[in-house]
Design a protein around this ligand. Structure first.
Ligand code: VG1
Ligand code: CO
Length: 549
């Protein structure tokens, strides 16, 4: 690998701007393609910083002319004594990823090939930017020095070496230097076939989501929508479920979004919804618990215990049992989780009402859950080099291991209080007289038979402060493990809201067809039986629920 010194003459206008040397519009990338132009600038960068024996990161957004420029940097850098290059696979590293890599590997600096939000291609923009060892853009004294060098440059050094294959992850020697090709993040690699969309529903999470997803993770701005908080939430109903978050559902279906998510008005709820894939909140928290080992926070601190609210499906219990973790069933509402967390006995918990969280704070956390899911998707795909795994693949995998808890909630909003109370009394009466236990009920549409094994009023004794909360919902259990819960909402603004929660468990051995069915179909028979037993339609004067989740 002989080092050659190539004679050159200065070019005008190689002055780095706000964020590196960029050329746009009429001139654009063609400027950089002139003989010696890019070489001059790179030599000037290296002359302005002391890269001898140091590590240099190379990345960028992969725009037109990047692969050639990466090779140029390798040749000139090596000739100038760079000891090691860390290069993003295919020359790609998002700006935040590059910043992170510089810091993580304690590199001397990095060269980023990007013109940010400006268009790319043979007639469009290109840019070269230098970042220093703290991972941030070079300060002005450094960029000024570079500019001065570009004005007087008379030659650059280059090694004669064949191009490096940027698609091969791993480390190899390159002349007197080493080149290490690293994998950039999962999302960086899959901007086309794994699109992400977050919908803020004009609630409070918009600015947080933009900062995290676009500014930090480097996703395109099209990855977020409705992210400006509005006093009337844009006229929408800022509740992340299939009914109210229709802006997300429509965009996901229309644009083939692999991973979509939404948050509620105050940002504590979340919904995970990709193309053709909906994750029930009960499954979501179970899957997060199952994959906790890939989430940095739990990697460090471990998982203490798991918990769910009573009406939430038992999917997370099965994860706890398999992993030998303590788990809790608490009444509806986040306040019951806090004591357990403060006592160091709970790490991950959730509610069926689109609430998921952990002991990093004492409220449920919509964006946290969404980022936890992105971690899981990236980790699952890292283990699956040949097949891109989507949300449905993760669900199927989970059901195959743990079985599936088909779960749905029917809400009857703003019903007369007398009707709601009559419904509660009716079930209490059956409980008192023990009149329903051991009776068998047949669904007229599916023919499914359900035998009641017990009825009880859920009561919770807090294991930490021993306080008791009674009448937290009426539970009807069935001999096949199914369960129906009736509860009155404690948050409604008008009249009474009755919630009916139905859950039917299917064991792994039932096989793929039984495990991967449609929720409404999987629960049809049980729902019919629940409505019949409770005489709900009669008491509430409603044929259909207001919302089904
Ligand atoms: C509902 C949900 C419950 C949640 C509560 C507060 O309560 O069912 O799970 O904790 O809202 O959520 P209720 O009593 O109406 O069923 V939030 O996002 O308003 O803090
Ligand atoms: Co909320």
């Amino acid at each position: 690998f002989p080092v050659k010194e190539i004679q050159t003459k200065p070019f005008e206008g190689q002055k780095p701007g706000t964020s590196g040397l960029r050329k746009r519009q009429e001139v654009a990338v063609k400027v950089f393609q002139q003989e010696h132009y890019t070489e001059n600038f790179i030599q000037s960068i290296l002359d302005s910083v002391d890269v001898k024996g140091a590590t240099l990161v190379i990345g960028g957004d992969g725009r037109y002319f990047s692969p050639e420029t990466v090779q140029t940097i390798l040749k000139i850098g090596s000739a100038n004594g760079v000891a090691k290059f860390i290069v993003g696979k295919d020359g790609i590293l998002s700006t935040p990823a590059a910043s992170n890599v510089i810091r993580k590997y304690k590199a001397y600096g990095g060269i980023l090939l990007t013109a940010s939000h400006n268009p790319g291609g043979p007639d469009n923009d290109f840019g070269i930017k230098y970042n220093v060892s703290n991972g941030g853009p070079a300060p002005e004294n450094v960029t000024n020095k570079m500019y001065e060098k570009t004005k007087t440059i008379s030659s650059y050094k280059i090694i004669e070496a064949p191009p490096v294959d940027l698609s091969q992850i791993g480390e190899a020697s390159y002349g007197p230097s080493k080149v290490s090709i690293i994998d950039s993040s999962f999302l960086d690699q899959h901007t086309e076939d794994y699109k992400v969309l977050f919908d803020g529903l004009h609630g409070v999470t918009g600015p947080y989501a933009s900062t995290i997803l676009v500014d930090t993770l480097g996703l395109p701005p099209s990855s977020v929508q409705n992210c400006v908080p509005l006093p009337d939430f844009g006229g929408g109903h800022p509740d992340p479920n299939l009914t109210y978050a229709h802006t997300l559902v429509e965009a996901v279906e229309k644009n083939n979004i692999a991973f979509g998510a939404a948050s509620d008005g105050d940002g504590d709820r979340n919904m995970i919804y990709g193309k053709g894939a909906f994750v029930t909140p009960s499954d979501s928290v179970a899957i997060i618990a199952d994959w906790a080992h890939v989430i940095p926070y739990f990697k460090k601190g471990g998982v203490k215990g798991l918990a769910r609210s009573m009406p939430t499906s038992k999917a997370i219990d099965l994860v706890a049992e398999k992993k030998g973790l303590e788990y809790f069933e608490v009444p509806t509402g986040w306040k019951f989780f806090g004591n357990l967390m403060d006592a160091g006995r709970l790490s991950i918990c959730g509610e069926e009402s689109f609430g998921t969280g952990s002991d990093h704070i004492r409220e449920k956390d919509g964006l946290w859950a969404i980022i936890a899911w992105l971690n899981i998707i990236a980790a699952a795909n890292a283990q699956s080099p040949n097949k891109l795994l989507g949300i449905n693949d993760l669900l199927t995998r989970h059901y195959t291991i743990y079985g599936r808890s088909y779960f749905s909630r029917y809400d009857y909003e703003e019903v007369p209080s007398e009707g709601a109370n009559a419904l509660v009394d009716h079930i209490n009466d059956a409980l008192k007289k023990n009149s329903l236990t051991n009776t068998t009920h047949t669904s007229s549409s599916t023919g499914g038979k359900f035998t009641i094994s017990g009825i009880y009023n859920f009561e919770y004794k807090d294991p930490i402060d021993h306080s008791v909360s009674s009448n937290q919902g009426q539970v009807i259990t069935f001999s096949d493990g199914s369960r129906v819960v009736f509860r009155l909402s404690g948050t409604g603004s008008q009249g009474a809201t009755v919630r009916m929660y139905v859950e039917r468990y299917v064991e792994p051995k039932a096989g793929p067809a039984e495990l991967n069915g449609n929720t409404a179909e999987g629960l049809k028979g049980l729902i019919e039986v629940a409505l019949e037993i409770s005489k709900l339609k009669q008491f509430l004067g409603r044929d259909e629920p207001t919302v089904i989740t």
